[in-house]
Ligand binder design. Structure first.
Ligand SMILES: Nc1ncnc2c1ncn2[C@@H]1O[C@H](COP(=O)(O)OP(=O)(O)OP(=O)(O)O)[C@@H](O)[C@H]1O
Length: 525
């Protein structure tokens, strides 16, 4: 127990030390002071069994932000701040809503690794008389200090520090604000009309859980993506660039864009939405490719409309040109040039997908989408380039159940059997189904949505039946026409056979008659 007397003694001892320290600072020459301080430190560390490692926020000659510091910050924020009493809240760049909590200055937390306890403290120093500073905004030098017992030196320096850095980096990848990039023409005068990536925060809510498609197909895609994202060693082993191409095809509204968002969220990748028509030429395309980061999905939507990439269309254009069509029609020519807008060629695009540059910068997924897969040049989508072809098709009952869960919060309903039957005969896209299920007013119940859908399915079924009947009628008419043609030809053949016979028997063809006449009458017709 402290008594009043002890407090007094303690106070006067501290006061005495402070006076000695002040005199030491003032009267002892700097060189001697340095020596004294050095030996004091040595003495203290000899007696003190604890070791300390300091991780400064900025390091190197150019005072670059230290990766280790950031990794430690992430690690401590996630794993150790539960024990901290004073936290600092910083807002996240590009997001007005998220905050990052980290240890406040001079706060200390503990961590345990393989049963060994360590101490982390967050500190800062403010250098005096800094006339010029490399530091952004502040002159404070922040650092983390790790303290541990010297008997664990090997474990901490060799395993724990490595563990912290790996974990911290993984947390950074997980927590990072993902971005959606698109290529726009630059506003700068010096590179006017060069396209550049610009970005916004990627915040699409689609996931594989909310994606309406057949469950086995969905699982197959998820497995494929997982295998790819963990396949660094495998790709190195087989000597192939770490990238994968997906072709998503199907009618509008079947969820191609939604699938891309779900893939990006599943893998935690950035998305580069490449507008090919805005790219000037192959060189610019390559430049854009090099600027993309790893862990990203590069998307070219509606590839069939993006460029004149199909062999057939090229051939058609050539034929037209040969006929002189566009040569004589300047307006048409200009219109065609404007439509082209870009000089990116098929070979330029193939190079983009699997040329030597496509291997730089880490793992990437390239996705093409199209509503008309038949229009694409087979070279563009052959396996190896577009490794996986995914058909996004009309809604089936299984896919509907996902949408019912998403939109109406129901797993089952008395109307489901009716809906299931209708799906067998009606072609509707998931977008149509979603639109019908979405409540139109507050308080609208699930049954109203389902009944709306049933009506829409009935209409679609009728349409489908009418289309089928029309097709059948057209096919029948075609067949009849063909038969008529064949019969007609037979008749003609019959007729012509008869006349041949007649000719043989009567010699009544012009030439024959003429010959006969000549013989009989002595003149030629
Ligand atoms: N499979 C699906 N799962 C969940 N929602 C879907 C699905 N398909 C479509 N939708 C809904 O329909 C809307 C349109 O879908 P999306 O844009 O993904 O279709 P798309 O096939 O890319 O169409 P387009 O070819 O016209 O670009 C989405 O916002 C989504 O709400």
């Amino acid at each position: 127990m402290f008594t009043g007397e002890m407090f007094t003694r303690f106070g006067s001892a501290i006061g005495g030390l402070a006076v000695i320290w002040a005199m030491f600072q003032q009267y002892i020459p700097p060189q001697l002071r340095e020596h004294v301080e050095r030996y004091t430190h040595k003495l203290v560390s000899f007696v003190n069994p604890y070791i300390q490692i300091v991780f400064p926020e900025f390091s190197g000659e150019k005072l670059k932000s230290s990766e280790a510091y950031t990794a430690i910050q992430n690690y401590l924020t996630t794993n150790a701040t539960a024990g901290a009493k004073r936290l600092r809240a910083d807002s996240v760049k590009d997001s007005s809503q998220s905050l990052i909590l980290s240890m406040d200055d001079h706060e200390e937390v503990t961590d345990v690794f393989n049963g060994v306890k360590v101490w982390w403290s967050s500190n800062k120093t403010t250098p005096k008389n800094m006339s010029f500073s490399f530091y952004p905004k502040t002159e404070d030098r922040r650092f983390y200090r790790l303290t541990f017992h010297r008997r664990h030196r090997e474990l901490i320096t060799q395993s724990y520090v490595k563990h912290i850095l790996t974990e911290g980096k993984a947390i950074a990848v997980k927590n990072r604000q993902r971005k959606l990039y698109t290529n726009n023409a630059s506003d700068n005068w010096y590179d006017y009309k060069q396209t550049k990536w610009s970005h916004v925060v990627f915040e699409h809510p689609a996931t594989f859980e909310t994606l309406a498609m057949e469950p086995s197909k969905r699982q197959e895609i998820m497995n494929d993506l997982k295998k790819f994202s963990k396949g660094k060693e495998y790709y190195t082993k087989i000597g192939k660039a770490w990238k994968r191409g997906y072709l998503l095809y199907g009618p509008p509204g079947t969820g191609k864009s939604t699938m891309i968002a779900a893939m990006a969220n599943f893998l935690n990748y950035d998305v580069y939405d490449l507008e090919l028509t805005a790219v000037k030429d192959n060189t610019e395309l390559r430049k854009l490719l090099i600027e993309t980061s790893g862990k990203s999905i590069i998307v070219i939507e509606d590839i069939d409309c993006s460029l004149d990439l199909t062999g057939q269309r090229k051939k058609k254009d050539k034929d037209e040109e040969n006929k002189g069509g566009d040569k004589d029609n300047p307006a048409k020519k200009i219109e065609k040039e404007e439509k082209k807008g870009s000089k990116v060629t098929l070979s330029g695009l193939l190079n983009f997908i699997d040329g030597i540059w496509s291997a730089c910068g880490g793992e990437r997924i390239i996705i093409f989408t199209t509503n008309y897969v038949d229009k694409l040049d087979p070279a563009l989508i052959r396996r190896g380039r577009m490794d996986k072809h995914i058909e996004m098709s009309y809604c089936c009952f299984e896919a509907f159940k996902v949408l019912a869960r998403n939109y109406l919060d129901i797993e089952d309903h008395g109307l489901f059997p009716t809906i299931s039957e209708l799906f067998d005969e009606a072609k509707v896209t998931p977008a149509d189904v979603a639109e019908n299920l979405m409540p139109k007013s507050d308080g609208e119940d699930a049954e109203t949505g389902l009944r709306n859908l049933i009506e829409a399915l009935k209409v679609a079924k009728e349409l489908e039946a009418r289309k089928k009947a029309e097709e059948e009628a057209r096919a029948k008419a075609g067949k009849e026409e063909q038969e008529k043609k064949e019969n007609g030809e037979e008749e003609i053949e019959k007729d012509s056979g008869k006349s041949d016979k007649e000719v043989k028997e009567n010699g009544v063809i012009n030439g024959g008659m003429a010959a006969k006449d000549v013989k009989e009458n002595g003149f030629a017709a």
